[in-house]
Design a protein around this ligand. Structure first.
Ligand SMILES: Nc1nc2c(c(=O)[nH]1)N[C@H]1C(S)=C(S)[C@@H](COP(=O)(O)O)O[C@H]1N2
Ligand SMILES: [Mo]
Length: 507
């Protein structure tokens, strides 16, 4: 390789690294859960695990497995960037397309992880812009037309390049330091979270809740697969020892709780399914976990609720607010200040260190994450984040059911086809689930047994089908005797109604 080709390759390497650093710094700055490199490593790992390739985890252990994948992704990127550097001036379109494609892989890998937020995607875009800009800045001096072999011109080019490379390294290192600095807080909180020993029960999945239909969502939703909804672009990172909860408003005694105060109290643990009001019919913004926490009704009793109060307004560390009827927090349901989810301290993105969980209500009116303030008040005296944006003030969960198998558009064998899914009516309970195939009569599905009224229920059945296209519709009846209406309504203001239906093709 001659000198200019070597310098071009070096320029490419710097460009590649610059984009990696700025994208990761962005992710850190906004405390997002997933950086693009880590997300691509996960995607590659899943591809390898799905294929005939070896299971790296067995050879090197799970932590090293991930580290090797990350190193592999970085090495690939650096190699590709070196090559892209050498294409400068010759294949400009190919270079831009290649960087776009690499960024697209990052984008898709980030998007497929259920706990990713928009901040991770912003990180990908920042990385792409860095690549585009740095590529132009660093290769330009090396492309300047030179006369026939002229040592002095060569030297000038080299100096130009080194100057620009120095500035690039400085800017990128600055961005990296800034991101790294702001991630220090998150790492501290993560460390504090890992060091907690809450001895929270993981909850054994009860016998009979799973009907064993392949493709139906697992009854317990693993934390990593639990849906995520929040408005915070940058997630709060709160260490347990700095957390305070103020309980005030229409109370006899104002209370301020520390984390230690809280976890000394008698604990409650329960299977509770929570879901989002913006879940479309058939959607997956729902999850079921074993939650550990402290009954809100006990804490409110200590504060002493004054006559006339109807609501508890909650405020999150990120400023988000919602209001819950006092009734739902003081009746016999397990409305709790949750500290653990499936036996682990709450993941940061699910509200660490303390969030609310209220069976039977949509998350937007009850499930405040990063909870710092409870104000006992009346619905007339405040409005909350989503009510200000056209959503209802109260949000009881609407009875719903979903078909998971077959998937919409799936191809199956003709003959006996298994059908199954989930149904929910938290704190009311599911009485029966019926399904209808190709407009025939409604058939009653088998139901999984559930521990109480507060979780979703699996259902299953079979259908005999011939070759061709088929349709399945499902509807649930809850324990109040209400059968889901077929009328489809929008999710706003208080949740979608209507029956879920899918089509499949039998061969
Ligand atoms: N601080 C805060 N808490 C929040 C929200 C939010 O935007 N900010 N979203 C709510 C909504 S709409 C839902 S459905 C649940 C989702 O909880 P999850 O992200 O842990 O699944 O959290 C609720 N708690
Ligand atoms: Mo929600």
């Amino acid at each position: 390789m001659n000198q200019s080709r070597r310098l071009l390759a070096l320029a490419g390497v710097l460009v590649g690294i610059a984009g990696l650093v700025t994208s990761q710094a962005t992710v850190w700055l906004f405390k997002a859960s997933n950086g693009p490199v880590s997300a691509v490593a996960d995607a590659v790992g899943d591809l390898l695990a799905g294929g005939p390739a070896m299971d790296l985890g067995h050879l090197v252990g799970p932590t090293w497995d991930k580290r090797l994948l990350v190193m592999g992704v970085v090495a690939f990127l650096v190699g590709a960037s070196a090559w892209l550097g050498t294409l400068a001036g010759r294949r400009p379109v190919l270079v831009d397309v290649a960087y776009f494609a690499l960024a697209a892989i990052g984008f898709v890998s980030v998007t497929r992880l259920p706990n990713s937020s928009s901040a991770s995607l912003v990180g990908v875009v920042v990385g792409l812009i860095t690549w585009m800009v740095a590529y132009r800045v660093l290769t330009a001096p090396l492309l300047a037309d030179k006369g026939p072999d002229d040592g002095a011109a060569d030297e000038a080019t080299r100096r130009q390049f080194l100057k620009r490379a120095g500035i690039t390294v400085g800017v990128v290192a600055g961005a990296g330091l800034l991101g790294g600095f702001s991630s220090r807080k998150v790492r501290e909180v993560q460390k504090a979270r890992r060091a907690l020993n809450l001895a929270a029960g993981k909850g054994a999945v009860p016998d009979g809740v799973e009907l064993g239909v392949r493709g139906v969502a697992p009854w317990r939703t693993p934390n990593e697969e639990f849906y995520l909804i929040d408005t915070a672009f940058s997630k709060p990172a709160i260490a347990p020892d700095e957390w305070r909860l103020r309980i005030h408003g229409m109370v006899e005694n104002e209370i301020t709780l520390t984390y230690d105060d809280l976890i000394k109290r008698a604990r409650t643990e329960d299977w509770i399914t929570i879901c989002c009001v913006s879940n479309e019919v058939g959607g997956d913004l729902i999850g079921n976990a074993y939650w550990s926490g402290f009954l809100i009704r006990d804490i409110l009793a200590e504060a002493g609720i004054k006559e006339g109060a109807t609501a508890v307004k909650q405020t999150s560390d990120d400023g988000w607010t919602c209001g819950t009827p006092i009734e739902a927090l003081t009746d016999d349901r397990n409305a709790m200040l949750a500290v653990a989810m499936n036996g682990e301290p709450l993941p940061i993105e699910h509200g660490f260190p303390v969030r609310m969980i209220v069976p039977g209500l949509y998350g937007f009116v009850s499930a405040t994450k990063w909870l710092v303030d409870l104000e006992v008040t009346t619905f007339d005296d405040f409005s909350a984040y989503w009510t200000d944006r056209g959503w209802s003030a109260e949000g009881p969960v609407l009875t719903q059911s979903r078909i998971d198998v077959p998937r919409n558009g799936e191809e199956t064998e003709r003959g006996t086809v298994r059908i199954g899914g989930s149904a929910w009516a938290q704190h009311t309970g599911i009485e029966k689930v019926e399904f209808q195939v190709d407009g025939g009569s409604w058939q009653q599905a088998d139901l999984g047994t559930v521990p109480d009224l507060d979780t979703w229920v699996q259902w299953s059945g079979t259908a005999e089908v011939g070759k061709g296209r088929h349709q399945v519709v499902v509807r649930a009846t809850d324990r109040s005797g209400y059968t889901q209406t077929s009328v489809r309504t929008d999710v706003i203001p208080s949740g979608a109604t209507g029956w879920h239906s899918i089509e499949f093709e039998a061969r």
